[in-house]
Ligand binder design. Structure first.
Ligand code: FAD
Ligand code: SF4
Length: 501
């Protein structure tokens, strides 16, 4: 008899594995060993478990022979089920987490285990290998264009891009308007917890698991239907402004015009192709601006797929990358934002503690930027992100944090390190207006730490960075700083790093 094991992040609506075998025994497991192995954000635990239990309920209503178990002993539980159901072949969709696959392979199960292709992404691992083997550089922009052609998204009849350009970012990424927005960002859609979710909230609140952040006021979608509503809401209310405002950061609102769809995509509550097609339809049917539609589609068909492919392509050694040899510990402000006077860090981390979410530029240009300039060990940074975010999974954290955020792979994924001084943060946010530090000062008691750390970083890593074409102009600015000033900058950066706890 064949049996199917459904992973907790494989909750796809019409899973072909299940559809093709309607009478086959299914098993879903809540493995408490994972919850004890690291600290997770309370909202992440609630989201995952509630989504799993709602999915189980849906499968049962459809008549599935489903066993749902919460277990501290995975091997024993699976073997009992294998024996009871007389399973001789266990089918599993390829887990997106490499370590999970290794873990499953090491289980001593009393039947044959067969991994089948993962249907949750638009690219399969072999397709990417073929694509990658045919080129010298693995540029995301090339990958994205191939994906547009592969799925015929935003293409004219002659296979040229709609609107004439593949990438419309020049029209996006605007700073906050000087005289306020024409329309304020809409309040994001909320899904009040039902009975199942309320039970899980109570379970998480009283559990012995190490947790982070707040569990109350949980209002995320936990079913396919609600995740679809969240997508429709985003398309109706936010997508038109997504492009121009996607890099803006404002105090007290980590969401703005972003979609918060990653938690649903990463669990299988939404399928990326469906999201991309719905966004494309909004261009043709609702006449929404192409710069926003293209910008959003690029995030999913481009960045998300690319990150997943790179993770598989590079394998689990990727995590060990540490190109700058950074070995400092993560400063405690990441756990206790009240410990710093840096307004940008406090503002973003407080929201992360409450919600488990921050948008891309806050993750990249505040949280990760500071960790890189503060010379924190890249795996420590990755571990913090894994704990703090509701959408964190190994496959997406490694390339984003180690590659894009920390440039620890030396440039496999990004064409230059994403670092900035306070200049960029001040341009794109309102954080500096209420900060104890002065964003204009490079040295002195009130100088912004982003400033002296930025120049010190460039100075210390000058040799390595000189070989990166896109760093040349920036390094010319470093050369313009006179010796006396540079010495002050280096001393202040050194003192700051020594005092950083
Ligand atoms: P939107 O801004 O509305 O974008 C739409 C969708 O595009 C997202 O839902 C996401 O699925 C996809 N997307 C955009 N950029 C990326 C990217 N670089 N990688 C993968 N998908 C992308 N994403 C996660 O899903 N989980 C993480 O744990 C995570 N950690 C990150 C850590 C760092 C340091 C950085 C720089 C990025 C990280 N990202 C992560 C990528 C990206 O920041 C989030 O996907 C995005 O902020 C999620 O919010 P949203 O759904 O509102 O996205
Ligand atoms: Fe952040 Fe510096 Fe601006 Fe303060 S002045 S908010 S520390 S960038």
């Amino acid at each position: 008899m064949k049996g199917i094991w459904i992973g907790g992040d494989q909750l796809i609506e019409d899973n072909p594995l299940i559809l093709d075998s309607p009478h086959v025994p299914l098993i879903m497991t809540e493995y408490t060993g994972f919850s004890l192995s690291r600290t997770y954000h309370k909202k992440k635990l609630i989201l995952v478990w509630s989504s799993m239990r709602h999915y189980a309920e849906k499968l049962r209503k459809r008549g599935a022979d489903l066993t749902y178990v919460k277990t501290p002993e995975m091997e024993r539980t699976l073997n009992e089920w294998i024996k009871n159901k007389e399973i001789d072949e266990l089918h599993i969709s390829e887990p997106s987490n490499i370590h999970l696959k290794k873990y499953i392979e090491k289980l001593n199960l009393n039947c044959k285990v067969i991994f089948l292709p993962d249907n949750q992404f638009m690219w399969q691992a072999q397709e990417f290998r073929d694509w990658a083997n045919s080129r010298k550089k693995l540029l995301m922009e090339d990958f994205y264009r191939t994906g547009r052609k592969k799925y015929k998204i935003l293409l004219e009849k002659d296979l040229k891009p709609s609107g004439g350009k593949w990438n419309l970012d020049r029209e996006n990424r605007k700073p906050p308007p000087k005289y306020g927005f024409q329309e304020d960002p809409p309040q994001h859609i909320k899904f009040p917890p039902d009975k199942i979710t309320k039970e899980i909230i109570a379970e998480v609140e009283r559990s012995e698991y190490p947790t982070y952040g707040k569990g109350n006021d949980f209002n995320l979608a936990v079913t396919h239907e609600d995740a679809e509503k969240a997508l429709d809401f985003f398309i109706e209310e936010k997508l038109a402004n997504f492009g121009p405002y996607q890099d803006i950061m404002l105090t007290g609102d980590n969401v703005l015009w972003h979609s918060i769809l990653s938690p649903y995509l990463n669990l299988g509550l939404l399928h990326p192709l469906n999201v991309v097609k719905k966004a494309e339809l909004a261009y043709y049917q609702k006449n929404l601006p192409l710069n926003s539609i293209e910008g959003f589609i690029r995030q999913i068909l481009g960045w998300r797929e690319y990150m997943h492919c790179i993770y598989n392509y590079k394998g689990d050694k990727y995590l060990k990358n540490n190109w700058f040899d950074h070995e400092r510990e993560l400063p405690t402000m990441y756990w206790y934002p009240e410990k710093t006077a840096m307004n940008c860090m406090t503002s973003v981390i407080e929201e992360v503690r409450n919600t488990g979410y921050a948008h891309h530029i806050q993750r990249l240009m505040i949280l990760s930027n500071f960790a890189l300039l503060a010379e924190v060990n890249p795996s420590e940074v990755k571990n913090w992100f894994h704990t703090a975010f509701i959408d964190a999974y190994d496959w997406v954290m490694q390339p984003n944090v180690i590659g894009m955020g920390q440039f620890a792979d030396g440039g496999i994924l990004a064409t230059k390190p994403y670092i900035s001084s306070a200049n960029y943060i001040n341009k794109m946010s309102d954080y500096c207006q209420d900060c104890t530090y002065n964003h204009n000062h490079r040295t002195g008691v009130d100088a912004c730490p982003f400033n002296y750390l930025y120049w010190a970083f460039l100075h210390k890593n000058n040799e390595k960075l000189r070989n990166i074409g896109r760093m040349k102009l920036i390094l010319k600015n470093l050369d313009r700083i006179n010796k006396k000033k540079l010495k002050q900058i280096l001393t202040q950066a050194d003192d700051f790093l020594k005092s950083l706890k």
